[in-house]
Design a protein around this ligand. Sequence first.
Ligand SMILES: Cc1cc2nc3c(=O)[nH]c(=O)nc-3n(C[C@H](O)[C@H](O)[C@H](O)COP(=O)(O)OP(=O)(O)OC[C@H]3O[C@@H](n4cnc5c(N)ncnc54)[C@H](O)[C@@H]3O)c2cc1C
Length: 406
Amino acid sequence: MGHVIIVGAGPAGVATAFLLAQRGIQVSLLEQETRFDRVFRGEGLMPSGVAALEEMGLADCLAGIPQRQLDAWDFCIEQKRRMRVVEPQGAPGQIPTHLIHQSALLKAIVERSQTFPSFQFYPGWQVQSLVSQGDRLQGVTARCGNETRDFTGDLVIAADGRYSRLRKLAGLALNQAATQFDVLWFKLPAPAELLCETVFTVCLQRQRQFAFYPSWDGRLQIGWIVAKGQAKTMGDRDWAEEFAQASPKSLASYFRQQRHQLEGPIFLDVIVGQAPKWFTEGLLLIGDAAHPMAPNRAQGINMALRDAIVVCNQLMALGRSSVWPRDRLQDALQAIQTSRQPEITAAQHLQLEEWQKIAFFTASPLIYRPFVTLATLLGRLGLVEQAWLWQQRGLRQGITSVTLEG
Ligand SMILES: Cc1cc2nc3c(=O)[nH]c(=O)nc-3n(C[C@H](O)[C@H](O)[C@H](O)COP(=O)(O)OP(=O)(O)OC[C@H]3O[C@@H](n4cnc5c(N)ncnc54)[C@H](O)[C@@H]3O)c2cc1C
């Protein structure tokens, strides 16, 4: 069986490493960090991501980590809740959205992978360059402290995230989407009443758009959306007051009282796009390296997990020979891109469309005022909740069929 070098132990890298090592493929997983904890890791896991973990046999890893399951989505405009959408819970086949401790999940999957003899994990190893012979990529050169070494194999899988160094080293392009925004991230201890149920609350005013939820650690996670490049011009702000101005009145006083406990902002640079070509001779991009995802509607983790399933299917179809025939390996890489691209394109379109709608409705008072009136009226109709869930179904359940074969 082949030897695969996987670069990056985010959701795409660890899930792919687990599936391949479980099937006897030699896997070296390189990660530049020595710890899984980072300043920020996405926490929203959509039902299709939960289903992907279950299919991989990792349901117990998910069950064993700190998490909360979402009860509802609240939409507040001008400090008033206009609509509540209850998460489908308990009905057969209905999985609620989860809010997870992503670092704990990654650690649990790596620990599970370490039970396979064909798996090797290299924390603290940062890939510096590619190793090639002629036009054939053979591996990567990585550094850990003062030590530098080559890791060679049949295939390099670049799962090194949205800034992917490997994508650049391989000369693969990234087409970025035109509509872009960034996120400012904050944390605050959650008030007791917000811990009784788990609600993802979206607050909207013309100049203020943010969302918050009680996280697995009992704190409120708050994400404030800014247009690309705008963060630098915002200056110092009384952020607690900004939140208070657009929150439901019961929460506004909490934000003001607790302003000294507010942590942040952390600036999170959002990139959305797709590499027109996900592979070269001996190298494959997956996850954000191939298609950086926006944060809204939590698509990045589940797209990464679903990439891993398709990679596993295609590589296992190459059969159990000690060397993968070069032309068949290239065909498999093409098949991976062909299989994944429609879902990624559609999901990114839906994510950006949501942002474009908000930008449109809040751009001018002439549009914004009728929008508030309409949203208030529609929010009173129960049907709108179901319509919202229906419209979101692709982002919740996946857009194409992705199933682990064998
Ligand atoms: C503000 C924001 C919020 C988000 N929130 C969510 C959310 O709630 N839910 C969701 O599903 N998605 C969310 N996303 C998207 C999600 O974070 C990504 O889509 C997802 O993490 C992609 O996984 P990945 O494995 O491809 O890459 P990453 O998670 O970025 O992992 C890449 C790994 O590669 C390592 N690495 C990088 N370079 C090297 C190198 N040279 N050598 C060795 N290792 C290297 C990095 O250290 C990292 O561990 C959010 C994104 C943003 C920007």
